[in-house]
Write a protein that binds this ligand. Structure first.
Ligand code: AKB
Length: 314
């Protein structure tokens, strides 16, 4: 079947790399990049682009009408740190954006829908180590609340309308191609950039704050793999736990020092992002993804660090 793929939120950290990868697989003309902002990355002329605000349902309807997408990726969202600065907007965008797309996916018989969730669905009373797929979930950020509610809506649309929806609870994503967008785990990316530019970094998370992370190459590969898995193999319609590695700022700095021996790590005064990070898991159990669709990360801390520094240097 000829695929027509719409990616909403294509200019963000994930979208930038996902669109490039999907275009390699399905052809430039079959992947429609959509965002509220003009794209400023290298693929802007490679294929179709549409200005879309996911909250404008009429315009969104015209998009579905025009392309009749077989697959939709909905990436537009406010992340944890930015969400806390504007909780109502975060709820509106993350929740109503999803509901708009869910309805249109039903109306236009979209074959598959991808929507990302996050480790932010876990909260202070969730188990911190090897956090399982199912456990207490009491998120205390508006981002986490919206992702948990979104997961319930996804499962509801699957059960009630048979919509083939697939989702991953991303850990912190590390990448060099596009800037990260207002998350708590972004400190790690800033550390790489500052290590190269200044030889030092002031972390807003404390030395021993351990968080689950993943290199973008693994995240993109995992996402496309999940979308390709036969329907009957998907046992989770809320969102799959997934992880690549876990580390603290101190451990990441040690790894960076193997390449930049003079690198110095300092710490800032109190930052609200410390509280957000403290409410999240230290590590994730992704055994369900391993058994359902053979998930396996390719990047560990040392391979990721070498690749990040190598690419950022260029
Ligand atoms: C964030 O830090 O908000 C995101 C996430 C973990 O979903 N990177």
């Amino acid at each position: 079947m000829l695929e027509k793929i719409v990616v909403i939120g294509s200019n963000g950290q994930i979208g930038t790399e996902l669109v490039t990868e999907l275009r390699k697989i399905y052809g430039d003309g079959n992947v429609i990049a959509c965002d509220i902002r003009r794209p400023d990355y290298d693929i802007k002329n490679a294929g179709p682009f549409e200005f879309i605000n996911v909250l404008e349902k009429d315009i969104l309807n015209q998009l579905f009408q025009k392309y009749k997408p077989t697959q939709v990726y909905l990436l537009a969202a406010l992340l944890s740190a930015t969400g806390e600065q504007n909780p109502k907007l975060a709820w509106d965008l993350n929740m109503n954006g999803l509901l708009n797309v869910l309805d249109l996916a039903i109306a236009y018989k979209t074959t598959r829908l991808y929507w990302p969730s996050s480790i932010a669905v876990f909260g202070p009373n969730s188990p911190k180590d090897k956090t399982p797929q199912y456990c207490i979930m009491d998120p205390n950020t508006v981002y986490g609340i919206s992702k948990l509610a979104g997961e319930r809506w996804c499962e509801y649309y699957f059960q009630r309308y048979g919509l083939d929806i697939r989702s991953i609870r991303y850990p912190g994503l590390i990448s060099w191609k596009a800037a990260p967008g207002g998350g708590t785990t972004d400190y790690a990316i800033h550390m790489f950039n500052d290590a190269l530019k200044k030889g030092s970094y002031q972390s807003f998370l404390s030395a021993d704050t351990e968080l689950p992370m993943m290199y973008m190459d693994d995240a993109i590969r995992g996402t496309i793999e999940l979308m390709d898995v036969p329907t009957e193999k998907i046992n989770i319609r809320s969102s799959y736990n997934l992880t690549g590695m876990s580390f603290t700022p101190e451990v990441l700095a040690e790894e960076i020092r193997k390449h930049i021996p003079h690198f110095k790590l300092g710490y800032t005064e109190y930052d609200q992002r410390q509280e957000i990070a403290a409410s999240w898991p230290r590590s994730i159990n992704d055994s369900q993804a391993q058994s359902d669709w053979n998930w396996k990360p390719e990047f560990n801390l040392s391979k990721m660090t070498a690749d990040m520094l190598n690419n950022l240097k260029k």
